[in-house]
Design a protein around this ligand. Structure first.
Ligand SMILES: Nc1nc2c(ncn2[C@@H]2O[C@H](COP(=O)(O)OP(=O)(O)OP(=O)(O)O)[C@@H](O)[C@H]2O)c(=O)[nH]1
Ligand SMILES: [Mg+2]
Length: 242
């Protein structure tokens, strides 16, 4: 079967500090020997995540590019993906042929997921330090991202979280979709993550994977400058400002 020219575009979303950049570094470390990889990071005000990844030495520094969103991260991965899409296409052109492009969202909240206009598949990341209950609470990323990662399992004993229970809750919330319990210090868990990425790449190339939209954000409140505010939703396709 002919391989499509385009890379697998893999999004990584999840709340602030759950270990998204570290996970990108882990994937690069595990796969840079066998795949051609590029990385796009999204930060609100800085290019700090791109600098962290360059200094980790897991990829040639020029293969790691930053998009400064200047706004809520979900705006740039869901509502108007233009800046990210241009960055991905530039990378793909400059390093043709790439196998895999990893796009890290800025840390947002439980409702932020990638639009399938930007990515082919997405990971949603939680960490045990955020609390064992979070997986049960659900939301579009937890429920319907292609893979849910329960990260930093090495910290579980220190924060009193039962990882097995958290994974069981996640599996129940996900109706059987994949969950990986991960720690950057646990090689077996890294092997599981690697094999999931390779499986997704194979499905992408074979044309058997259909990108899914995990769903719109829930209606939410925005404050106005005068102290009042308004509730709005994202359950429409057109662009808007925020
Ligand atoms: N113990 C432990 N710490 C981890 C692990 N992965 C990441 N961390 C730490 O968690 C903190 C946050 O990691 P990052 O990778 O920067 O998290 P992030 O989700 O990219 O953060 P933002 O981009 O700011 O939302 C750092 O101090 C990491 O060293 C892990 O597997 N175990
Ligand atoms: Mg980060």
């Amino acid at each position: 079967m002919p391989e499509p020219a385009r890379s697998l575009r893999l999004g990584i979303a999840g709340p602030v500090g759950v270990g998204k950049s570290s996970l990108v570094a882990t994937i690069c470390r595990a796969l840079a020997g066998e795949l051609q990889i590029g990385v796009i990071t999204n930060d609100i005000y800085t290019d700090e995540d791109a600098r962290f990844l360059r200094s980790a030495g897991v990829l040639a520094p020029e293969r790691i590019r930053a998009v400064e969103t200047g706004a809520c991260p979900h705006t740039a991965i869901r509502d108007d993906v233009t800046a990210n899409l241009l960055a991905v296409e530039d990378l793909e052109r400059d390093f043709d042929p790439l196998d895999l492009v990893l796009i890290e969202s800025g840390g947002d909240n439980l409702t932020a997921t990638f639009s399938p206009a930007l990515i082919d598949a997405q990971l949603f990341v939680l960490d045990v330090a955020g609390g064992g209950d979070v997986a049960r609470k659900g939301g579009p990323g937890i429920g319907r991202a292609d893979l849910l990662v329960v990260n930093k399992t090495d910290l579980a004993p220190y924060v009193g979280v039962d990882v097995e229970q958290m994974v069981a809750d996640a599996l129940a919330a996900r109706e059987g979709r994949a969950v990986v319990a991960l720690s950057r210090t646990d090689e077996a868990s890294i092997a599981q993550l690697k094999s999931w990425v390779l499986g997704m790449l194979e499905a992408h190339r074979a044309g058997t994977h259909t990108p899914q939209d995990p769903g719109p954000m829930a209606p939410h409140f925005h404050a106005d400058e005068d102290g009042a505010g308004y509730i709005h939703t994202h359950d429409h396709d057109h662009e808007h400002t925020h």
